[in-house]
Design a protein around this ligand. Structure first.
Ligand code: PLP
Length: 395
């Protein structure tokens, strides 16, 4: 006997994974060059040179236990100190090593944070469509309840009226993600200000702390001089979940952190609960070598210009064909209105031209498809003919 719930979760692949696997099968039949796989968000731009240099230096100069041994459960103290200094010089924050807990990427950061905050099964966490589908799984697994607010398809910012209605005395927190997967939208200053005001007012009204969980794996992947703010400067009760999966193209190395700044109410208590949640999951001592690698790469990113070139090519190309695209200011996704109401069917039709695009339904936003453009630019250029054929199917 196994847990039915866990069995079902394990047996069911995500739509993204389904498409990705389908793409591999199709490639064997029609040739890799004839499959246009825009399904998965796996960075294709190489990790910056500092990653390789740091690895070589560490491997050549450090003793085995210094780079492969256990670090403290919350992460190496020098790494966390370095992170605090980097954040302080970048954002004028006043962070210390003990505000950081190193993790195996944003997924672990979110799971630990949610587990640390969830007191009982009545605790509600609000997610804003379109959202990263795993949020629902993470919240349920922490023992909380998922509350979804529908997408504001006007501009894909947060609809504050809907959010206000969704906040109840049971609300524990809200997860936001900017730059956003799947829309590519970056929340505006106005959104952050309005969100902070609303959360402050509601905290007062219900006499409880509402936590903002800011999921930021795409923080540095922004275009046209857009800056992502330090979210706790808008709203103090913010816990940041970060990852190096996208910014320096290390998704397989599983490295990130949780930041619990001192300005969060009862920050020490929360940080201790984060350590406890990490312990209860066995998520202690994030990969030791890569903790030290990221310390040597602070402030570096992969070549965002390469994603930017793909973004322009795709946005301009598809817009010219008559597709309605949400303007992406960050991340590496283009969110496009399906040419029929049923985006699942639209995605099925796209497969006829070996075009693999993900229906928005699983992101809580039916009627749209996500195109992940962290792909080879040559593949992108070759795909235009298929996009045109898909367009013509709906004429
Ligand atoms: N959050 C968002 C919005 C993501 O897009 C992803 C990965 O695609 C994650 C979290 C998980 O990131 P990680 O690979 O660092 O666990």
């Amino acid at each position: 006997m196994v847990s039915k719930e866990m069995y079902e979760l394990g047996a069911k692949r995500s739509v993204i994974r389904e498409l990705f696997e389908y793409g591999k099968q199709q490639a064997a039949i029609v040739g890799k060059e004839n499959v246009f796989d825009f399904s998965i968000g796996n960075p294709t731009v190489p990790a910056p040179e500092c990653v390789k240099e740091a690895m070589i230096e560490l491997l050549e100069t450090k003793k085995s236990d210094e780079i492969h041994g256990y670090t403290s459960a919350q992460g190496d103290i020098e790494v966390r100190k370095g992170l605090a200094e980097y954040m302080n010089s970048t954002y004028k924050s006043e962070l210390k090593a003990d505000n950081f807990y190193m993790t195996c990427g944003a997924a672990a950061s979110l799971c630990i944070t949610l587990k640390a905050l969830t007191v009982n099964s009545e605790d509600e966490f609000i997610i804003v469509a379109p959202y990263f589908p795993e949020y629902q799984i993470f919240i349920k697994s922490a023992g909380g309840k998922v509350v979804i607010i529908p997408a504001d398809t006007e501009d894909f910012q947060i609809n504050m009226d809907l959010l206000e209605k969704a906040i109840t005395p049971q609300t524990k927190g809200i997860i936001i993600n900017s730059p956003n997967n799947p829309s590519g939208v970056v929340y505006s200053e106005k959104t952050f200000k309005n969100l902070a005001d609303l959360l402050k007012n509601k905290s007062k009204e219900y006499e409880k702390t509402l936590y903002l969980i800011s999921d930021e794996p795409y923080r540095e992947i922004v275009y046209d001089d857009i800056q992502i703010p330090y979210v706790p400067s808008y709203y103090e009760n913010t816990i940041v979940c970060y990852s190096y999966s996208k910014s320096i193209s290390l998704p397989g190395e599983r490295i990130g952190y949780i930041l619990v700044p001192d300005c969060v109410e009862n920050s020490k208590e929360i940080y201790t609960a984060v350590c406890g949640a990490g312990r209860s999951f066995g998520y202690v001592c994030a990969p030791s070598l890569f903790q030290k690698v990221v310390l040597k790469c602070l402030g570096k990113t992969s070549d965002i210009g390469l994603y930017d070139a793909n973004r322009k090519l795709l946005y301009d190309g598809l817009s010219k064909m008559g597709y309605q695209c949400v303007r992406p200011d960050g991340a590496f996704y283009l969110f496009v209105k399906a040419l029929e109401e049923d985006a699942v069917n639209f995605s099925e039709n796209a497969k006829k031209f070996n075009l693999l695009i993900v229906p928005g339904d699983d992101f809580g936003c039916p009627g749209y498809v996500r195109i992940s453009y962290c792909v080879d630019p040559e593949m992108l250029k070759r795909s235009f003919d298929a996009f045109q054929k898909l367009r013509d199917l709906y004429k």
